[in-house]
Design a protein around this ligand. Structure first.
Ligand code: NDP
Ligand code: MG
Length: 390
């Protein structure tokens, strides 16, 4: 906290689902935060409006071609306008107490790393960062004394109940998964599903890419990899359990048989509020959990045949090296093609699987290495897309 007793906050990915929920909390607690930088990729009008509303110092648009538009929208204000990856990094590097890292996909990696290198508190929503470059990112967190607070609801839940001082007492962590809109369906019944059906998540309101990832269960696979990097546990200590009500956000099982869980309504403003206020708590205007109304909490094993992406992600974690980065890149390419109506839902896993088996899995040694792997995997995935796309 600064002496004025507010926290200076930058939101990377301010116009997205997580970014807007973050700003919703800031709006309701405006005395406790001061917004320094806000970024977006293409929603220039929304970005400018938010920058003006919150009195940001800097607004950055990822797409360089949109800089003139941003400048026009900010004319007459004192808000600086920058663009491109250099601008995103500059936003992350400006002095703040917290950075909310909520850009979607591998594009968030360099800005997030820049924030980590400042040694501040980074509220990490962008799971793809940990999936592509988990070892490198965690090394930098240690080297610069940064504090990484997981925003992803499952990891935030685990963070709240994990005994970091006595990690050897942890037997396993159990990531819960809603199962998405196609829970209980067999692979054959998923042949004709549309992007509209896939993004209609039963419990959570999220961005398009992560909604498709929830429908394929790749999201849970990425979260298994994310958990491995965030917590001091082995690869085989992470389990996935389907829990359709999304009330228990995840659990930690200890060696004495105790299982600790964090519960709440499925609203990302709870884990976001936890990250913004940590180590304190702040009010979040989320629906209070009415367990008597909910009545029953149920659980199922995941179906790795219908939801092959989960299986592929678990295998990529076991393989290690570049496999998780390749998995992530191929998935981003396949999901984009699916959303554009060029690939069938069930073929997302096929593109990911073929890309994984045709790429070199040597571990990345640097961030540029991660991007080389990412580019190579994207090219390979695009080639496989040619086989499967229509
Ligand atoms: P959205 O798609 O809603 O928002 C993404 C944000 O990133 C937008 O501000 C977007 O700008 C910006 N962006 C997109 N592409 C680029 C790029 N190439 N360079 C710079 N900025 C870019 O995503 P979500 O908010 O749903 O998710 C954000 C991250 O949080 C993801 O990694 C996701 O996995 C993770 N997450 C999300 C959850 C959720 O409930 N939504 C839950 C847990 C994790 P623009 O609007 O201009 O396109
Ligand atoms: Mg999650």
């Amino acid at each position: 906290m600064t002496q004025e007793n507010y926290k200076r906050l930058t939101v990377l990915g301010a116009t997205g689902s997580i970014g807007l929920s973050t700003l919703d909390l800031v709006r309701r607690n405006h005395n406790n935060f001061k917004i320094i930088s806000l970024t977006a990729y293409s929603r220039v009008e929304e970005l400018a409006a938010l920058a003006i509303e919150f009195g940001a110092e800097l607004a950055v648009i990822g797409d360089v071609a949109l800089l003139p538009e941003l400048k026009v929208a900010l004319a007459g204000t004192r808000i600086e306008a920058h663009a491109g990856e250099a601008g995103l990094i500059e936003a992350a590097e400006r002095e703040t107490d917290i950075v909310m890292a909520a850009i979607v996909g591998a594009a968030g990696l360099r800005p997030t790393m820049a924030a980590v290198r400042r040694g501040v508190t980074v509220a990490l929503a962008n799971k793809e960062c940990l999936v592509c470059a988990g070892d490198l990112l965690m090394e930098e967190v240690k080297a610069h004394g940064a504090t990484l607070l997981p925003v992803d609801s499952e990891h935030n839940a685990i963070f709240q109940v994990f005994d970091f001082d006595r990690a050897c007492g942890v037997e396993k962590i159990i990531l819960t998964a809603s199962g998405g809109p196609f829970r209980g369906r067999c692979r054959d019944s998923l042949l004709e599903v549309t992007p509209e059906q896939a993004v209609a998540h039963p419990n959570w309101d999220m961005g398009a890419k992560i909604s498709v990832d929830s429908a394929t269960m790749m999201n849970k696979g990425l979260e298994v990899i994310e958990a491995y990097h965030l917590f001091p546990i082995e690869k085989d200590q992470i389990e996935v359990l389907i829990h359709p009500q999304s009330v228990i956000h995840s659990m930690v099982e200890y060696t004495d048989g105790s299982v600790l869980a964090q519960l709440g309504s499925p609203d990302m403003r709870t884990p976001i509020a936890y990250s913004l206020a940590w180590p304190e708590r702040m009010h979040a205007p989320v629906k209070r959990l009415a367990l008597a109304e909910i009545g029953a909490l149920t659980f199922e094993e995941p179906d790795l045949d219908a939801f092959r992406c989960l299986y592929l992600a678990k295998e990529a974690l076991k393989t290690g090296g570049a496999a998780p980065a390749i998995l992530n890149a191929a998935n981003e390419v396949a999901v984009e093609a699916f959303l554009a109506g060029r690939l069938r839902f069930v073929d997302i896993s096929a593109v990911v699987s073929e890309t994984l088996s045709s790429c070199d899995i040597k571990a990345p040694q640097s961030l540029s290495n991660v991007f080389e792997i990412d580019n190579m995997a994207r090219r390979e995935a695009a080639r496989w897309l040619g086989e499967w796309a229509h």
